[in-house]
Design a protein. Structure first.
Length: 113
């Protein structure tokens, strides 16, 4: 009788752990990886004046106004940008731009005069 009770309890315990594991994001179950939803950093927008463009480093330095969505005061800083985004821009241009801040790095999403 004790052996039957122990076996039944072990089965219930094992099944409950399996059910809990199904709710855990990123867990591999039976060779199938469950996808975990990832959230991207929000996109912020600002206006500013281009100070420097460095095509070798793929950066554009912009003096911009306050950016309340990321709690930034007005400042001058460098943003990562693609070669295509930098095409047609020059120091002194007034621009409106959007960027994403991830891991302390600001990357231009779009930029226009």
């Amino acid at each position: 009788m004790k052996l039957t009770l122990i076996a039944a309890a072990s089965t219930v315990l094992t099944l409950s752990f399996s059910a809990l594991a199904e709710d855990m994001p990123g867990m591999k179950m039976e060779g199938v990886e469950m996808k975990q939803e990832t959230k991207q950093a929000p996109v912020a927008t600002a206006d500013g004046t281009i100070k420097v463009i460095d095509p070798t480093k793929h950066t554009v330095t912009i003096a911009h106004g306050a950016v309340p969505s990321v709690r930034w005061p007005p400042m001058t800083m460098a943003f990562s940008a693609t070669e295509d985004q930098l095409t047609g821009l020059a120091a002194g241009d007034r621009v409106s731009f959007s960027f994403r801040l991830e891991g302390g790095k600001a990357t231009i999403i779009s930029i226009r005069k």
